[in-house]
Design a protein. Structure first.
Length: 398
C-alpha cells in the first residue's frame, strides 16, 4: 500500500521545499523530486511564479543521483483553470494578460496547480501551485527625503524638489511622475519638479508628486514663503555619486540591514552599524568616510536614532572631520553629543565654521549608557555596537 509522506527538504536544496511519495517497503531508497524554480511564495507554501508573456522551462532535481535518469511527467492537479499551459516536457506558458488601465492589477493574475511525477515506479511526485504574475510593476510609493519635505524660500526663489524624490520600486514599469501645486498664487511647480515661490511672506501651500501609472502613489511636501532664505539647506542623497568607506566591516557583514546607505532613506527602522565589538566606550573605535562626489559648503548634520529605542544601542558621542581633496589632512569640525531616546525627530548639530568639503568623516566614540552604568567603569563594558537610524547633511546657505 502506498502512503504519501509530505517532506520539505529545503534545508538540503537551495531551490526550496518539495513533496514526495514513497512506498512502505522503499524508505531506505526513497526518491525525492523538486524543481529549481520553486520557492517560498507565501508563508510555508512553496510554489512557482511565472511572469506574463514569459514561458518558463521547469528544471527538475531528483535525489538520489541514481534516479536522475528516470522520466519525469507533468500534469495538472485537476481541471485546468486557463491560467497556464503545461507542455509534456515541462514548459509553463502563461495565458493571462494584465487588464488595461485604469483597472487594478490582480495579484496574481491567476493560478493553477501542477503535479510533477518521477516515472520510476516509486510513485514519487511533487505538487506545486503556479501563479501568473503581471509583467507590469506598479509604483508602490514615492518618498521625499527629509530635506525636501518642508521647503522654505523667499519670493521669486526656486527650489528643485525632484532631486529629493525617489520612486519605489526602482524597476517600476512607468516611474514618471506629475507635480502639482494646491495654490499657484503661493508656489508653482513645473514638470521637472522645480518650485517657484510666487506668494507673500507667511503664506504656505502643498506640492504633490503623483505617479503617472494606475497606482497613483502620491507624496506631498509643504512650501512656506519666508522673508529670508534658511541658513541651512539639506543636501539630497545621491546613490550614483556618494560613496562610503569605513575602517570596520558592517555589523552583520553581508547583510543589507547595517549598510551606510540605510542612513539616508529617511526610514529609521533601517539603520547603519559598524562592527564595533564593545560598548558603551566603543572598542575598537570606528569611523565612516562619506565622499559626496562634489564639493559642498558643509554646515550642519541631522542625526536620528534607530527606531528600536533602547538607549544603550544609540550613539552618544561622535566627532566630525572634513577635507576638500582626497590627499588633504583631515580638519576637526567638532565633538557632538546626542540626546538619548529621541527617535522621532532629527537632532541638529552645527559646526562652528562652515567649510567647503567633499569628504566627511564621522568618528564613533561612545554610546549611551544602561541605567547604573559608567563610561569609566570597566565592568560596564559589554559586547555590542552602536546604531544610527538616519542622517541628513546640510549645506550652509549664505
Amino acid at each position: 500500500m502506498k502512503k504519501i509522506n509530505y517532506l520539505g527538504i529545503g534545508m538540503l536544496l537551495s531551490c526550496g521545499a518539495l513533496f514526495t511519495a514513497c512506498s512502505d517497503d522503499d524508505n531506505l531508497g526513497a526518491v525525492n523530486i523538486t524543481v529549481e524554480e520553486a520557492y517560498n511564495i507565501e508563508s510555508d507554501i512553496f510554489g512557482i511564479d511565472v511572469t506574463e508573456g514569459e514561458p518558463l522551462q521547469l528544471k527538475p532535481f531528483i535525489m538520489p543521483e541514481s534516479a536522475r535518469e528516470s522520466k519525469v511527467s507533468y500534469r495538472f492537479a485537476g481541471e485546468p483553470t486557463g491560467a497556464i499551459d503545461l507542455s509534456e516536457d515541462g514548459v509553463i506558458t502563461p495565458l493571462l494578460t494584465t487588464p488595461p488601465a485604469p483597472e487594478p492589477i490582480p495579484e496574481p493574475l491567476g493560478s493553477d496547480t501542477i503535479v510533477i511525477t518521477v516515472e520510476d515506479g516509486s510513485g514519487t511526485y511533487v505538487v506545486y501551485p503556479v501563479r501568473v504574475i503581471s509583467n507590469i510593476v506598479v509604483v508602490s510609493s514615492i518618498t521625499i527625503q527629509s530635506a525636501g519635505q518642508t521647503v522654505e524660500a523667499e519670493k521669486d526663489m526656486t527650489f528643485n524638489l525632484a532631486q529629493y524624490v525617489t520612486v519605489n520600486p526602482s524597476d517600476a514599469t512607468d516611474s514618471s511622475v506629475t507635480y502639482t501645486s494646491d495654490d499657484e498664487s503661493v508656489a508653482t511647480v513645473d514638470q521637472n519638479g522645480v518650485i517657484t515661490i510666487t506668494g507673500e511672506v507667511g503664506q504656505s501651500t502643498y506640492i504633490h508628486v503623483t505617479a503617472n501609472d494606475r497606482g497613483k502613489a502620491t507624496a506631498t511636501c509643504t512650501v512656506k514663503v519666508a522673508d529670508e532664505a534658511p541658513l541651512y539647506v539639506g543636501v539630497p542623497y545621491d546613490a550614483s555619486t556618494w560613496s562610503f568607506e569605513s575602517n570596520l566591516a558592517n555589523y552583520m557583514d553581508g547583510s543589507k540591514e547595517c549598510v551606510p546607505e540605510n542612513m539616508f532613506d529617511d526610514d529609521n527602522s533601517t539603520y547603519y552599524a559598524p562592527n564595533i565589538s564593545q560598548r558603551p566606550t566603543y572598542d575598537p573605535q570606528a569611523y565612516l568616510d562619506i565622499d559626496f562626489g562634489k564639493v559642498i559648503k558643509f554646515g550642519q548634520i541631522g542625526w536620528r536614532h534607530r527606531s528600536l529605542n533602547y538607549q544603550w544601542l544609540q550613539v552618544h558621542t561622535f566627532t566630525l572631520q572634513g577635507k576638500l581633496e582626497a590627499g588633504d589632512e583631515w580638519t576637526d569640525l567638532g565633538t557632538f553629543e546626542t540626546k538619548a531616546l529621541q527617535a522621532d525627530d532629527y537632532q541638529l548639530f552645527q559646526i562652528e565654521t562652515p567649510m567647503e568639503i567633499q569628504y566627511l568623516r564621522i568618528n564613533f566614540i561612545k554610546g549611551h549608557l544602561r541605567d547604573g552604568a559608567s563610561w569609566d567603569d570597566p565592568a560596564s563594558q559589554e559586547s555590542g555596537t552602536g546604531f544610527v537610524g538616519d542622517l541628513q547633511i546640510y549645506e550652509y546657505n549664505r
